[in-house]
Design a protein around this ligand. Structure first.
Ligand code: EPU
Length: 424
Protein backbone atom coordinates (compact mmCIF):
# COMPACT_ATOMS: atom_id res chain seq x y z
CA UNK A 1 0.00 0.00 0.00
CA UNK A 2 1.39 3.35 -0.90
CA UNK A 3 0.93 6.50 1.12
CA UNK A 4 2.63 9.62 2.27
CA UNK A 5 4.70 7.30 4.45
CA UNK A 6 6.63 6.54 1.29
CA UNK A 7 8.50 9.77 1.91
CA UNK A 8 12.08 8.90 2.75
CA UNK A 9 11.93 5.65 0.76
CA UNK A 10 14.30 5.01 -2.11
CA UNK A 11 14.88 2.47 -4.83
CA UNK A 12 18.14 0.63 -5.08
CA UNK A 13 18.59 -0.67 -8.62
CA UNK A 14 21.23 -3.13 -9.83
CA UNK A 15 21.56 -2.36 -13.50
CA UNK A 16 22.07 -4.70 -16.40
CA UNK A 17 18.99 -6.94 -16.34
CA UNK A 18 17.22 -7.47 -19.66
CA UNK A 19 13.43 -7.10 -19.22
CA UNK A 20 11.34 -10.02 -20.46
CA UNK A 21 7.75 -11.13 -20.08
CA UNK A 22 4.43 -9.41 -19.83
CA UNK A 23 3.07 -6.63 -17.67
CA UNK A 24 -0.54 -5.55 -17.18
CA UNK A 25 -1.08 -1.82 -17.60
CA UNK A 26 -3.05 -0.22 -14.76
CA UNK A 27 -5.95 2.18 -15.08
CA UNK A 28 -5.13 5.80 -15.87
CA UNK A 29 -4.17 7.68 -12.72
CA UNK A 30 -5.01 11.12 -14.09
CA UNK A 31 -8.36 9.99 -15.49
CA UNK A 32 -9.18 8.30 -12.19
CA UNK A 33 -8.49 11.50 -10.26
CA UNK A 34 -10.81 13.62 -12.39
CA UNK A 35 -13.43 10.83 -12.30
CA UNK A 36 -13.46 10.92 -8.51
CA UNK A 37 -14.26 14.64 -8.70
CA UNK A 38 -17.09 13.92 -11.14
CA UNK A 39 -18.74 11.81 -8.43
CA UNK A 40 -19.42 15.07 -6.54
CA UNK A 41 -22.00 16.00 -9.19
CA UNK A 42 -24.62 13.50 -8.04
CA UNK A 43 -26.20 12.26 -4.81
CA UNK A 44 -26.12 8.70 -6.18
CA UNK A 45 -23.14 6.37 -5.86
CA UNK A 46 -20.48 6.41 -8.54
CA UNK A 47 -18.42 3.22 -8.73
CA UNK A 48 -15.01 3.45 -10.37
CA UNK A 49 -13.26 0.26 -11.45
CA UNK A 50 -9.70 -0.31 -12.64
CA UNK A 51 -8.54 2.56 -10.42
CA UNK A 52 -4.78 2.37 -9.85
CA UNK A 53 -3.67 2.05 -6.23
CA UNK A 54 -1.44 5.12 -6.17
CA UNK A 55 -0.96 7.74 -3.51
CA UNK A 56 -2.58 10.64 -5.39
CA UNK A 57 -5.83 8.66 -5.29
CA UNK A 58 -5.46 8.32 -1.51
CA UNK A 59 -4.91 12.04 -1.01
CA UNK A 60 -7.83 13.01 -3.25
CA UNK A 61 -10.01 10.52 -1.36
CA UNK A 62 -9.09 12.33 1.88
CA UNK A 63 -10.23 15.61 0.33
CA UNK A 64 -13.57 14.11 -0.76
CA UNK A 65 -14.12 12.73 2.74
CA UNK A 66 -13.34 16.16 4.18
CA UNK A 67 -16.08 17.61 1.95
CA UNK A 68 -18.55 15.09 3.37
CA UNK A 69 -18.54 12.35 0.72
CA UNK A 70 -18.22 8.69 1.65
CA UNK A 71 -15.41 6.90 -0.15
CA UNK A 72 -15.41 3.12 0.10
CA UNK A 73 -12.57 1.01 -1.23
CA UNK A 74 -13.76 -2.63 -1.13
CA UNK A 75 -10.75 -3.51 -3.27
CA UNK A 76 -7.61 -1.42 -3.99
CA UNK A 77 -8.75 -0.97 -7.61
CA UNK A 78 -12.41 -0.18 -6.93
CA UNK A 79 -13.71 3.02 -5.38
CA UNK A 80 -17.32 3.74 -4.49
CA UNK A 81 -18.12 7.40 -3.90
CA UNK A 82 -21.35 8.81 -2.56
CA UNK A 83 -21.59 12.59 -2.39
CA UNK A 84 -25.18 12.88 -1.09
CA UNK A 85 -24.00 14.31 2.23
CA UNK A 86 -21.44 16.79 0.95
CA UNK A 87 -21.79 19.86 3.14
CA UNK A 88 -18.31 21.33 3.45
CA UNK A 89 -17.58 23.48 0.45
CA UNK A 90 -14.09 24.57 1.25
CA UNK A 91 -10.83 22.80 1.85
CA UNK A 92 -7.62 23.55 3.74
CA UNK A 93 -4.34 23.89 1.94
CA UNK A 94 -2.86 20.61 3.19
CA UNK A 95 -5.62 18.63 1.43
CA UNK A 96 -5.34 20.50 -1.84
CA UNK A 97 -1.59 20.98 -2.12
CA UNK A 98 -0.83 17.25 -2.40
CA UNK A 99 -1.77 17.11 -6.06
CA UNK A 100 -3.12 19.09 -8.93
CA UNK A 101 -6.32 17.17 -9.51
CA UNK A 102 -7.70 18.36 -6.17
CA UNK A 103 -8.69 21.65 -7.82
CA UNK A 104 -11.10 19.69 -10.02
CA UNK A 105 -13.53 19.55 -7.11
CA UNK A 106 -14.24 23.24 -7.72
CA UNK A 107 -16.31 22.78 -10.89
CA UNK A 108 -18.63 20.15 -9.37
CA UNK A 109 -19.04 21.98 -6.01
CA UNK A 110 -19.76 25.30 -7.68
CA UNK A 111 -22.18 23.81 -10.15
CA UNK A 112 -24.12 21.67 -7.68
CA UNK A 113 -23.87 23.77 -4.50
CA UNK A 114 -23.23 27.30 -5.81
CA UNK A 115 -20.05 27.80 -3.79
CA UNK A 116 -16.50 26.50 -3.46
CA UNK A 117 -13.41 27.83 -1.74
CA UNK A 118 -10.07 26.24 -2.48
CA UNK A 119 -6.44 27.23 -2.23
CA UNK A 120 -4.34 26.87 -5.41
CA UNK A 121 -3.51 23.23 -6.19
CA UNK A 122 -0.14 21.54 -5.70
CA UNK A 123 1.47 19.06 -8.07
CA UNK A 124 4.84 18.59 -9.70
CA UNK A 125 7.22 21.49 -10.05
CA UNK A 126 7.50 21.29 -13.83
CA UNK A 127 6.85 24.88 -14.78
CA UNK A 128 4.19 27.52 -14.50
CA UNK A 129 0.87 25.89 -13.84
CA UNK A 130 -1.78 28.60 -13.95
CA UNK A 131 -5.46 27.88 -13.32
CA UNK A 132 -6.79 30.76 -15.40
CA UNK A 133 -8.59 28.43 -17.82
CA UNK A 134 -10.55 26.96 -14.88
CA UNK A 135 -11.40 30.28 -13.23
CA UNK A 136 -12.11 32.22 -16.45
CA UNK A 137 -14.45 29.42 -17.51
CA UNK A 138 -16.40 29.57 -14.25
CA UNK A 139 -16.60 33.37 -14.47
CA UNK A 140 -17.89 33.17 -18.05
CA UNK A 141 -20.66 30.90 -16.73
CA UNK A 142 -21.68 33.59 -14.25
CA UNK A 143 -19.62 32.79 -11.15
CA UNK A 144 -17.81 35.47 -9.20
CA UNK A 145 -14.29 34.58 -8.11
CA UNK A 146 -12.50 36.34 -5.26
CA UNK A 147 -9.14 35.69 -3.70
CA UNK A 148 -9.74 35.59 0.06
CA UNK A 149 -6.54 34.86 1.93
CA UNK A 150 -5.10 31.68 0.55
CA UNK A 151 -8.41 30.60 -1.03
CA UNK A 152 -10.08 31.17 -4.36
CA UNK A 153 -13.72 31.70 -3.47
CA UNK A 154 -16.14 30.93 -6.27
CA UNK A 155 -19.84 31.81 -5.94
CA UNK A 156 -22.80 31.15 -8.19
CA UNK A 157 -25.81 31.30 -5.84
CA UNK A 158 -28.29 31.25 -8.73
CA UNK A 159 -26.45 28.48 -10.55
CA UNK A 160 -24.15 28.52 -13.55
CA UNK A 161 -25.37 29.50 -17.01
CA UNK A 162 -24.01 27.90 -20.17
CA UNK A 163 -22.11 30.10 -22.62
CA UNK A 164 -19.39 30.04 -25.27
CA UNK A 165 -15.93 29.89 -23.70
CA UNK A 166 -12.56 30.26 -25.37
CA UNK A 167 -9.78 28.56 -23.40
CA UNK A 168 -6.51 30.50 -23.65
CA UNK A 169 -4.61 27.19 -23.70
CA UNK A 170 -5.99 23.68 -24.20
CA UNK A 171 -5.40 22.90 -20.51
CA UNK A 172 -6.21 19.30 -19.60
CA UNK A 173 -7.49 19.87 -16.08
CA UNK A 174 -8.95 23.26 -17.08
CA UNK A 175 -11.06 21.63 -19.80
CA UNK A 176 -12.13 18.87 -17.40
CA UNK A 177 -13.06 21.32 -14.65
CA UNK A 178 -15.13 23.57 -16.91
CA UNK A 179 -16.79 20.54 -18.51
CA UNK A 180 -17.64 19.14 -15.06
CA UNK A 181 -19.20 22.46 -14.08
CA UNK A 182 -21.10 22.82 -17.36
CA UNK A 183 -22.97 19.51 -16.96
CA UNK A 184 -25.37 21.05 -14.42
CA UNK A 185 -25.38 24.61 -15.84
CA UNK A 186 -28.53 26.03 -17.42
CA UNK A 187 -28.35 25.82 -21.20
CA UNK A 188 -25.50 25.08 -23.57
CA UNK A 189 -21.79 25.54 -22.90
CA UNK A 190 -19.30 25.44 -25.77
CA UNK A 191 -15.61 25.12 -24.91
CA UNK A 192 -13.45 26.31 -27.80
CA UNK A 193 -9.76 25.29 -27.77
CA UNK A 194 -10.58 22.40 -25.47
CA UNK A 195 -7.92 19.81 -24.62
CA UNK A 196 -8.31 16.58 -26.60
CA UNK A 197 -6.30 14.30 -24.28
CA UNK A 198 -7.67 10.78 -23.71
CA UNK A 199 -8.09 11.68 -20.04
CA UNK A 200 -10.49 14.48 -21.05
CA UNK A 201 -12.34 12.05 -23.32
CA UNK A 202 -12.59 9.57 -20.46
CA UNK A 203 -14.25 12.11 -18.17
CA UNK A 204 -16.74 13.06 -20.87
CA UNK A 205 -17.62 9.38 -21.33
CA UNK A 206 -18.08 8.97 -17.58
CA UNK A 207 -20.25 12.10 -17.36
CA UNK A 208 -22.40 10.97 -20.28
CA UNK A 209 -22.92 7.63 -18.51
CA UNK A 210 -24.15 9.69 -15.52
CA UNK A 211 -26.74 11.37 -17.76
CA UNK A 212 -24.79 14.39 -19.03
CA UNK A 213 -25.06 15.50 -22.62
CA UNK A 214 -21.57 16.17 -23.95
CA UNK A 215 -20.57 16.12 -27.62
CA UNK A 216 -17.43 16.94 -29.57
CA UNK A 217 -15.42 14.78 -27.21
CA UNK A 218 -11.85 14.39 -28.46
CA UNK A 219 -12.10 17.52 -30.63
CA UNK A 220 -11.09 21.08 -29.79
CA UNK A 221 -14.72 22.19 -29.53
CA UNK A 222 -16.71 20.49 -26.78
CA UNK A 223 -20.41 21.17 -26.33
CA UNK A 224 -22.24 20.49 -23.09
CA UNK A 225 -26.04 20.72 -22.87
CA UNK A 226 -26.79 21.28 -19.19
CA UNK A 227 -29.12 18.86 -17.40
CA UNK A 228 -31.04 19.16 -14.10
CA UNK A 229 -29.44 16.22 -12.38
CA UNK A 230 -26.93 13.44 -12.85
CA UNK A 231 -27.19 9.86 -11.66
CA UNK A 232 -24.80 7.23 -10.33
CA UNK A 233 -22.95 4.84 -12.60
CA UNK A 234 -20.28 2.15 -12.71
CA UNK A 235 -17.34 3.08 -14.85
CA UNK A 236 -14.06 1.30 -15.64
CA UNK A 237 -11.04 3.53 -16.13
CA UNK A 238 -9.12 3.46 -19.40
CA UNK A 239 -5.55 2.10 -19.21
CA UNK A 240 -2.75 4.52 -18.38
CA UNK A 241 -0.98 5.57 -21.58
CA UNK A 242 1.91 7.10 -19.64
CA UNK A 243 2.54 3.94 -17.63
CA UNK A 244 2.36 1.95 -20.88
CA UNK A 245 4.85 4.30 -22.53
CA UNK A 246 7.20 4.02 -19.56
CA UNK A 247 7.26 0.20 -19.77
CA UNK A 248 7.66 0.34 -23.56
CA UNK A 249 10.73 2.55 -23.13
CA UNK A 250 12.07 0.26 -20.38
CA UNK A 251 11.86 -2.72 -22.76
CA UNK A 252 13.66 -0.89 -25.57
CA UNK A 253 16.27 0.54 -23.24
CA UNK A 254 17.30 -2.74 -21.59
CA UNK A 255 17.49 -4.74 -24.83
CA UNK A 256 14.34 -6.54 -23.70
CA UNK A 257 11.16 -8.07 -25.05
CA UNK A 258 8.03 -7.10 -23.15
CA UNK A 259 4.34 -7.47 -23.84
CA UNK A 260 2.15 -4.69 -22.44
CA UNK A 261 -1.21 -6.25 -21.73
CA UNK A 262 -4.25 -3.93 -21.79
CA UNK A 263 -2.27 -1.11 -23.34
CA UNK A 264 -4.28 1.81 -24.77
CA UNK A 265 -2.81 1.21 -28.22
CA UNK A 266 -5.09 3.56 -30.13
CA UNK A 267 -3.97 6.62 -28.16
CA UNK A 268 -0.25 5.84 -28.34
CA UNK A 269 0.58 6.71 -31.97
CA UNK A 270 3.26 9.26 -31.15
CA UNK A 271 5.03 6.93 -28.73
CA UNK A 272 4.86 3.94 -31.05
CA UNK A 273 6.16 5.98 -34.00
CA UNK A 274 9.11 7.34 -32.03
CA UNK A 275 10.04 3.94 -30.59
CA UNK A 276 10.06 2.42 -34.06
CA UNK A 277 12.15 5.33 -35.35
CA UNK A 278 14.57 4.60 -32.50
CA UNK A 279 14.98 1.04 -33.80
CA UNK A 280 12.63 -0.88 -31.49
CA UNK A 281 10.25 -3.45 -32.93
CA UNK A 282 6.73 -2.58 -31.81
CA UNK A 283 3.89 -4.97 -32.58
CA UNK A 284 0.55 -3.30 -31.95
CA UNK A 285 -2.49 -5.52 -31.43
CA UNK A 286 -5.97 -4.45 -30.42
CA UNK A 287 -5.23 -3.99 -26.75
CA UNK A 288 -1.64 -5.01 -26.30
CA UNK A 289 1.76 -3.91 -27.45
CA UNK A 290 4.86 -6.03 -27.74
CA UNK A 291 8.09 -4.06 -27.63
CA UNK A 292 11.30 -5.84 -28.61
CA UNK A 293 14.64 -4.07 -28.68
CA UNK A 294 16.27 -3.88 -32.11
CA UNK A 295 19.96 -4.55 -32.76
CA UNK A 296 20.88 -0.98 -31.79
CA UNK A 297 19.12 2.19 -30.70
CA UNK A 298 19.00 5.08 -33.16
CA UNK A 299 18.77 8.79 -32.33
CA UNK A 300 15.39 10.47 -32.82
CA UNK A 301 14.20 14.02 -32.42
CA UNK A 302 10.89 14.70 -30.74
CA UNK A 303 8.68 17.45 -29.44
CA UNK A 304 6.53 17.03 -26.34
CA UNK A 305 3.13 18.42 -27.32
CA UNK A 306 -0.52 18.37 -26.37
CA UNK A 307 -2.34 15.22 -27.55
CA UNK A 308 -2.03 13.61 -30.05
CA UNK A 309 1.62 14.71 -29.90
CA UNK A 310 4.16 12.89 -27.78
CA UNK A 311 3.04 13.43 -24.17
CA UNK A 312 5.11 15.74 -22.00
CA UNK A 313 4.84 13.05 -19.32
CA UNK A 314 6.99 10.76 -21.48
CA UNK A 315 9.59 13.41 -22.30
CA UNK A 316 11.98 12.53 -19.45
CA UNK A 317 11.77 8.73 -19.92
CA UNK A 318 12.40 9.24 -23.67
CA UNK A 319 15.39 11.46 -22.77
CA UNK A 320 16.79 8.58 -20.70
CA UNK A 321 16.30 6.15 -23.61
CA UNK A 322 18.12 8.42 -26.05
CA UNK A 323 21.29 8.41 -23.92
CA UNK A 324 21.66 4.87 -25.29
CA UNK A 325 21.00 5.77 -28.94
CA UNK A 326 23.88 5.89 -31.38
CA UNK A 327 24.07 9.57 -32.33
CA UNK A 328 22.66 12.96 -31.43
CA UNK A 329 18.98 13.45 -30.54
CA UNK A 330 17.23 16.79 -30.14
CA UNK A 331 14.30 17.24 -27.76
CA UNK A 332 11.89 20.17 -27.57
CA UNK A 333 9.48 20.54 -24.67
CA UNK A 334 6.43 22.53 -25.80
CA UNK A 335 4.04 22.08 -22.87
CA UNK A 336 5.78 22.95 -19.59
CA UNK A 337 8.63 25.39 -19.07
CA UNK A 338 10.56 23.47 -16.39
CA UNK A 339 10.67 19.86 -17.54
CA UNK A 340 14.46 19.61 -17.72
CA UNK A 341 15.27 18.85 -14.09
CA UNK A 342 15.85 15.18 -14.96
CA UNK A 343 18.85 16.17 -17.09
CA UNK A 344 21.11 16.86 -14.09
CA UNK A 345 20.12 13.54 -12.53
CA UNK A 346 21.02 11.63 -15.70
CA UNK A 347 24.28 13.53 -15.99
CA UNK A 348 25.25 12.19 -12.55
CA UNK A 349 25.09 8.77 -14.20
CA UNK A 350 27.35 9.73 -17.10
CA UNK A 351 24.76 10.89 -19.63
CA UNK A 352 25.84 13.54 -22.11
CA UNK A 353 22.88 15.89 -22.27
CA UNK A 354 22.93 19.63 -22.64
CA UNK A 355 19.74 21.52 -22.01
CA UNK A 356 18.97 25.11 -22.82
CA UNK A 357 15.59 26.38 -21.74
CA UNK A 358 13.04 24.03 -23.20
CA UNK A 359 15.35 22.08 -25.51
CA UNK A 360 17.92 19.37 -24.90
CA UNK A 361 20.61 17.73 -26.99
CA UNK A 362 21.42 14.14 -26.08
CA UNK A 363 24.61 12.53 -27.37
CA UNK A 364 24.82 8.78 -27.24
CA UNK A 365 25.46 6.09 -26.66
CA UNK A 366 27.02 6.81 -23.28
CA UNK A 367 27.70 3.99 -20.85
CA UNK A 368 25.70 4.88 -17.73
CA UNK A 369 27.02 4.09 -14.27
CA UNK A 370 25.24 3.81 -10.96
CA UNK A 371 24.90 7.00 -8.92
CA UNK A 372 22.84 8.49 -6.13
CA UNK A 373 19.94 10.27 -7.79
CA UNK A 374 16.58 11.81 -6.93
CA UNK A 375 13.10 11.50 -8.33
CA UNK A 376 12.68 15.24 -8.81
CA UNK A 377 9.09 14.73 -9.97
CA UNK A 378 7.01 11.74 -11.09
CA UNK A 379 8.28 11.47 -14.65
CA UNK A 380 11.83 12.66 -13.92
CA UNK A 381 11.86 9.86 -11.33
CA UNK A 382 10.79 7.35 -13.97
CA UNK A 383 13.62 8.57 -16.20
CA UNK A 384 16.35 7.98 -13.60
CA UNK A 385 14.86 4.64 -12.64
CA UNK A 386 14.97 3.50 -16.28
CA UNK A 387 18.53 4.80 -16.58
CA UNK A 388 19.38 2.77 -13.46
CA UNK A 389 18.09 -0.39 -15.15
CA UNK A 390 20.45 0.20 -18.07
CA UNK A 391 23.43 1.38 -16.00
CA UNK A 392 26.34 -0.63 -14.66
CA UNK A 393 26.47 -0.95 -10.87
CA UNK A 394 23.95 0.26 -8.35
CA UNK A 395 21.76 3.33 -8.70
CA UNK A 396 19.93 4.81 -5.76
CA UNK A 397 16.78 6.82 -6.51
CA UNK A 398 15.73 8.99 -3.56
CA UNK A 399 12.31 10.58 -2.99
CA UNK A 400 10.37 7.81 -4.70
CA UNK A 401 7.15 9.02 -3.11
CA UNK A 402 6.88 11.00 -6.35
CA UNK A 403 6.75 7.72 -8.31
CA UNK A 404 4.19 6.32 -5.88
CA UNK A 405 1.86 9.19 -6.76
CA UNK A 406 1.16 7.86 -10.26
CA UNK A 407 2.75 4.41 -10.84
CA UNK A 408 0.97 1.41 -9.36
CA UNK A 409 3.27 -1.30 -7.93
CA UNK A 410 6.12 -0.07 -10.11
CA UNK A 411 8.84 -2.06 -8.36
CA UNK A 412 6.78 -5.26 -8.29
CA UNK A 413 5.96 -4.96 -11.98
CA UNK A 414 9.59 -4.32 -12.92
CA UNK A 415 10.83 -7.20 -10.76
CA UNK A 416 8.34 -9.53 -12.46
CA UNK A 417 10.02 -8.59 -15.75
CA UNK A 418 13.45 -9.46 -14.35
CA UNK A 419 14.66 -6.10 -13.07
CA UNK A 420 16.74 -6.13 -9.93
CA UNK A 421 15.51 -3.40 -7.66
CA UNK A 422 14.30 -3.03 -4.14
CA UNK A 423 12.54 -0.45 -2.09
CA UNK A 424 14.62 0.61 0.87
N1 EPU B 1 -1.84 26.50 -18.95
C1 EPU B 1 -2.17 27.79 -19.24
N2 EPU B 1 -3.26 28.35 -18.63
C2 EPU B 1 -4.02 27.64 -17.74
C3 EPU B 1 -3.69 26.30 -17.48
C4 EPU B 1 -2.59 25.75 -18.10
O1 EPU B 1 -1.49 28.44 -20.03
O2 EPU B 1 -4.95 28.21 -17.20
C5 EPU B 1 -0.65 25.90 -19.57
C6 EPU B 1 0.40 25.53 -18.53
O3 EPU B 1 1.21 26.64 -18.21
C7 EPU B 1 1.16 24.44 -19.22
C8 EPU B 1 0.12 23.80 -20.12
O4 EPU B 1 -1.00 24.67 -20.13
O5 EPU B 1 2.18 25.01 -20.00
C9 EPU B 1 -0.35 22.43 -19.71
O6 EPU B 1 -1.04 22.50 -18.49
P1 EPU B 1 -2.38 21.71 -18.22
O7 EPU B 1 -3.29 22.61 -17.45
O8 EPU B 1 -2.85 21.09 -19.48
O9 EPU B 1 -1.85 20.57 -17.28
P2 EPU B 1 -2.57 20.02 -16.00
O10 EPU B 1 -4.00 19.86 -16.30
O11 EPU B 1 -2.16 20.79 -14.82
C10 EPU B 1 -2.39 17.50 -16.62
C11 EPU B 1 -1.80 16.28 -15.98
C12 EPU B 1 -0.28 16.34 -16.11
C13 EPU B 1 0.09 16.46 -17.58
C14 EPU B 1 -0.59 17.68 -18.20
C15 EPU B 1 -0.35 17.83 -19.68
C16 EPU B 1 -3.37 15.77 -14.23
C17 EPU B 1 -3.66 15.70 -12.78
N3 EPU B 1 -2.18 16.23 -14.58
O12 EPU B 1 -1.90 18.59 -15.86
O13 EPU B 1 0.19 15.12 -15.59
O14 EPU B 1 1.49 16.62 -17.69
O15 EPU B 1 -2.01 17.59 -17.98
O16 EPU B 1 -0.73 16.68 -20.36
O17 EPU B 1 -4.21 15.39 -15.03
C18 EPU B 1 1.78 13.69 -14.59
O18 EPU B 1 0.92 12.80 -14.68
O19 EPU B 1 2.96 13.46 -14.24
C19 EPU B 1 1.39 15.06 -14.90
C20 EPU B 1 2.12 16.12 -14.54
Amino acid sequence: MVSKDGRGSRYQVSGGAVLHGSVRISGSANAALASMCAALLTDETVVLENVPAVSDIDSLASLLVHLGATVDRPHPNRIEINASKVGTLQAPIDLVSENRASFQVMGPLLSRHGFAALPPPGGDVIGQRPIAVHLDGFEAMGATIDRVGEHYQARAPKGLVGTRIFADYPSVSGTQNVMLAATLARGKTTIVNAATEPEVQAIATLLNSMGASISGVGTQVITVEGVDRLQGTTFALVPDRIEAGTFAIAAAMTGGDVELVQAPVTVMDAMITKLRAAGAIVEARESSLRVTAGSRLLPVGFQALPYPGLPTDLHAPMGALLTQADGVSIIHERVFDNRMLYVDELRKMGAEIVSTGSSAIVSGPTPLHGARTRAVDVRAGAAVLLAGLAASGTTVVDDIYHLDRKYECLDEKLRALGAELERV
